[in-house]
Ligand binder design. Sequence first.
Ligand code: FES
Length: 168
Amino acid sequence: MKRQKFIGSICPLLLASMMASPVLLSCSKEEVPPEPLSEEEENYLKFKELIGAQGSYTEGKKLYIDLSHQRYEAVKLVGDFVNDLDNGLLILRKDEENYLAFDNCCPHLGSRNLWTFSNNKFRCSNHGNSFGIGGDFTAFCSSNSRSGNLKQYGIALYKDLLTVDFSA
Ligand code: FES
């Protein structure tokens, strides 16, 4: 049957529905644009990708740490800490929602890997000196100090991304 003859013989309503169906299909396939991400969320996704399998990533004076990485799984409970020797940091879980980050260089003579933590103090077993976690009376790395607080860095936490600011 020739095309014109076929069209002429077909029921007009059926023809109309055949013509309309592609339009309806294309409407139903139209996707709703996703909600724009917040700047915090965008940064989170960006740095999680940059961190990758390493567990941490440095950009400028900031260090980005993936707390879900196995390197940091020891800070799951309040009072736990990790001595991150690669980044020169002690990371302490202060309470359920807060972490603290300190220079892991002992203010006495600079040991970095002999720390324990109890009663809100880090103790370096090299010579047995203890240092607090307050934000004042900072005793700096290898300054022959036997007391004071460890050098503390500014941090921000978003989900499981901990940002340590070495300039703050
Ligand atoms: S080096 Fe830490 S107490 Fe002496």
